[in-house]
Each structure stands twice: as structure tokens, then as C-alpha cells.
Design a protein around this ligand. Structure first.
Ligand code: EPZ
Length: 433
């Protein structure tokens, strides 16, 4: 793997970024959409697909199963799954991304069995798979596990609809069981489902192709199973990435003179917009764009400290917690952060401390951030995808030069990020190590 790094010249707190930055298609929308191609008897095409490495790995996994993939126009991918001839998910590739587990639902429902190893992905906590396995058991499958490898096989002729209460609100758990339910016999009811917009959007597309899913976007989803779906030429359009939108907004709040974030759905980050406004930032939203200007309104240049508590959608996204911590280093007073979803997702604060932030970790879920503090450029190891981008933001506002290593994590979810940041005035260079 290429070990790229970013060299970034900090703005030393100056608000200089200007122009327009467009948000790409969402990683966490394109991955379940790719997995759903297994539910189709005809070609499934996806537009606005982000060019990111996680999407590439998911396509490799589908190809490894026997699917045929092609690229039509730029950013439009097509997958044909009629020749899938195996249901064993490749270990080496699935070690790279957690979302590989979404494939297990449609594979099991279509082919009656599936094997996979414990999926990899960002190291942000334990990330068990019990919700998936419990769901499959309820749907009439036998689960065997040996040395971290799972084999799931249905006992009857078809996977059977069931009432499943998800012990925790799980995004990929909801998506996977929803996709399995589409080809199951009878009705599947998912209680305590995740409500992320990507789930609702995918369900709507599947419904337009013959699926019968009710309630996606609410905590109770009801799926009436049937036969294979057919796009009849319809194309799934990837939603804009709300985490990228939010990260650009935080960057803008900290360092924009006059920035327009385009191709986005501001409504999907209402919880972030609310908190930034509470802190004193004025933000102008329109249907598909957000405008942020150097903040004349901020009294004496003081941003208020705030309390952040991550929560499932529509609450504050855990994926925005790391960039938000960077923002909090610039607020005045003491801000509190409670990361409620993952137990390893505040470790990035160690590097912010190295840069000069005043952060105290009370336990793996809670920190306080005292500010404002001047951040100084440093060499940083991106520990995961979202924290990696948070480091880029920290490096942009810092005094002096920074090196952000492990850019391959950032490439997992952000398309050519350095080129887009350069266009709005960031001094950032990618270097091959
Ligand atoms: C999805 O991960 C996202 N990934 C994550 O984005 C995101 O951080 C996370 O949801 C929370 O919003 C994709 O959509 C591909 P979960 P997922 O299952 O589905 C526990 C990023 O950077 N749990 O919703 O894997 C789990 O430990 C990534 O883009 C179980 O206990 O997360 C956690 O505490 C990282 N048993 C909670 O549920 C299970 O079987 C929520 O996790 C599954 C999960």
C-alpha cells in the first residue's frame, strides 16, 4: 500500500479560505447500495458514486463473488450480480472494511448460505457482530463460528421473515437485515432500527424496483419479502456525504473568509448547525448549499463553549466528533464531549494535545476541552478516517507546518480531498513516502 502523507501549511488562525467546495457522494450510502445489487436480477447502476477506496474494496468483493462490474460515465458504476457463483466473502478484502458485512444479508437471502470472517475497518471500538447473527438466527438460519469465521446457512428453503429487536441501534445492522428481509419469506419487522437518511433513501429506491419496505427512516421497519428486484433502467443516485458536509462546515467556521459548500443537504446536519450557531457562528443554509462568512457577528471574536453528545441520527453524528473537537479548541471556556457510541473514538485527542490543545480525558467516552488555545503544526499519525480529516482541519488552522501521515485512511472516505481543499485556498501537498 502506498504510504502517502499530507504536508500542510497552517493559517495561524487567519480566516482566509474562500470559494466553493462541492460535497461528494456519501461513503455510507454507496456501500450499502453496492451490497443491495445482489437483490437484483438486472443491472444495478449507481450515479454520483464517490471515488474512494472503500467503494473500490466493496466492488472488488462483489467481483470476487462473481459479479460483473463496469463504469459507465464518470462516477456511474454498474453491477450485474446474475453470475455470482459463491457466497464466501474474501477475507483479505473484508479485513479492510467493516461495511463488507452488509453483503452477508443479501447473499444469505439469495443463495441460502454465506461465510465471512470478522470484518475489519476503522479501529474505533469493539464493533461486535452479534446483532447480525441474532437477526439471522431469528430468520431461521443456523450460525456456526470457528476461529473468527462465521458460516450461516438457512434451515428451510428460504430465509424466513421474523420480528427482530435490535439490541443496539446499529446502522449496518439495520441495513443488512433490511436487505435480507427483501428476499425472505413473509414479513420481517425490525424494531429499534437506525434512522440514518442513507437507509431511508436506499429503501425508497428498492421500493421503486419492486421491494416492499415500510417505515425506513423510523425506528420500526417492516419488510414484506418477495422475489428478485428489477431496476428496469432506473439509476440509484448516491446522497451527498453529510459527514463531509459537516467537516467542511467546521473547517469554514474556523478558517473561512467566504465559503460556499455546494451539492449538500443541510437538513442532514441540523444537529451540527444548531451547535455551531449556539457557539456563535452564523450560517446561511439554502436547499442544497451552505454559506459561511468570516464572522463579523462573533462578539469580540469569542466563540462560546458548548456540550456535544454523540447520538444516533438525527442526533450529533459520532463521525463528526473528531472535527468538532478541533472546533472546540477554539471556543472560550470549557466544552464537554460525550462519545456515546464507540469506546475508542476519543484517542485522537492525544494528538490535538501534542498540538497545544488543552484536553482532559476522564474516561474513554468523555473529555473536556478548554479554550481557546493556539494549535501548533506537528507531525500527526491519522488513526482512522474521520480523525484523519480532523487532523487536516487542525493542521489548517495551526501555526506552522504539519505532516499528516496515514493518508490511506482519509482516502477510504474522502475523494481527492487535497485537490478540493487546495481550490479553496489551503496549502496542502500529497507526498509519497
Ligand atoms: C456505521 O458503522 C458507519 N459505517 C460508521 O461510520 C458510523 O460511525 C457508525 O455507523 C455509527 O453512526 C457505515 O455506515 C459503513 P453501528 P456501524 O453498528 O454500522 C454496537 C465512518 O467513519 N454494535 O451503528 O458498524 C457498536 O459496537 C464509519 O464512516 C453491537 O453491539 O456501527 C456500536 O457501539 C466508522 N453489535 C453501536 O452498536 C453489533 O452487532 C453502533 O454501531 C453491531 C454494532
Amino acid at each position: 500500500m502506498l504510504k502517502d502523507k499530507f504536508l500542510i501549511k497552517g493559517l495561524a488562525g487567519k480566516k482566509k479560505l474562500k470559494g466553493k467546495i462541492a460535497v461528494a457522494g456519501a461513503k455510507n450510502a454507496v456501500l450499502p447500495a453496492l451490497a443491495s445489487s445482489i437483490l437484483f436480477k438486472d443491472k444495478f447502476c449507481i450515479s454520483n458514486a464517490p471515488e474512494i477506496s472503500d467503494a473500490k474494496y466493496m466492488i472488488e468483493l462483489l467481483e470476487n463473488l462473481g459479479a460483473e462490474t463496469s463504469k459507465k460515465l464518470k462516477k456511474t458504476l454498474c453491477i450485474e450480480t446474475k453470475n455470482i457463483n459463491r457466497s464466501e466473502i474474501n477475507v483479505d478484502i473484508s479485513n479492510k472494511l467493516r461495511a463488507s458485512i452488509i453483503l452477508t444479508g443479501p447473499l444469505l437471502a439469495r443463495f441460502g448460505e454465506v461465510s465471512f470472517s470478522h470484518p475489519g475497518g476503522c479501529i474505533i471500538g469493539k464493533r461486535p457482530v452479534n446483532i447480525f447473527l441474532d437477526g439471522y438466527r431469528k430468520m431461521g438460519a443456523k450460525v456456526t463460528e470457528k476461529n473468527g469465521k462465521y458460516h450461516i446457512k438457512i434451515k428451510a428453503e428460504k430465509l424466513e421473515g421474523a420480528k427482530i429487536f435490535l439490541k443496539k441501534v446499529s446502522v449496518t445492522g439495520t441495513e443488512t437485515l433490511m436487505l435480507a428481509g427483501v428476499l425472505a419469506k413473509g414479513k420481517t419487522i425490525l424494531e429499534n432500527s437506525a434512522m440514518e437518511p442513507e437507509i431511508k433513501h436506499l429503501a425508497e429506491f428498492l421500493n421503486s424496483c419492486g421491494a416492499k419496505i415500510k417505515g425506513a427512516g423510523t425506528p420500526i421497519i417492516e419488510i414484506t419479502g418477495g422475489g428478485l428486484l428489477s431496476t428496469k433502467g432506473k439509476v440509484y443516485k448516491t446522497l451527498p456525504d453529510r459527514i463531509e458536509t459537516g467537516s467542511f462546515l467546521i473547517l469554514g467556521a474556523l478558517s473561512a473568509d467566504n465559503l460556499e459548500i455546494t451539492n449538500c443537504i443541510p437538513e442532514h446536519i441540523d444537529s451540527l448547525i444548531e451547535l455551531l450557531r449556539q457557539s456563535g457562528i452564523s450560517i446561511n443554509t439554502q436547499k442544497n448549499k451552505i454559506h459561511i462568512k468570516r464572522n463579523a457577528k462573533v462578539k469580540n471574536n469569542v466563540l462560546n463553549s458548548i456540550e456535544v453528545r454523540t447520538h444516533e441520527y438525527p442526533g450529533f453524528a459520532t463521525d463528526l466528533q473528531a472535527p468538532m473537537c478541533v472546533f472546540l479548541t477554539q471556543t472560550t471556556g470549557e466544552s464537554k464531549v460525550h462519545e456515546t457510541i464507540f469506546e475508542g473514538r476519543l484517542n485522537h485527542t492525544n494528538d490535538l494535545i501534542k498540538m497545544g490543545a488543552d484536553i482532559t480525558m476522564w474516561n474513554p467516552h468523555q473529555v473536556t476541552v478548554k479554550g481557546p488555545t493556539v494549535l501548533r503544526g506537528k507531525e500527526l499519525e491519522g488513526p482512522d478516517l474521520r480523525a484523519g480529516l480532523a487532523y487536516v482541519i487542525a493542521a489548517i488552522i495551526a501555526k506552522g507546518d504539519s505532516v499528516v501521515n496515514n493518508v490511506h485512511y482519509i482516502d477510504r472516505g474522502y475523494e481527492k480531498i487535497e485537490e478540493r481543499l487546495r481550490d479553496i485556498g489551503v496549502d496542502i501537498k500529497r507526498v509519497n513516502q
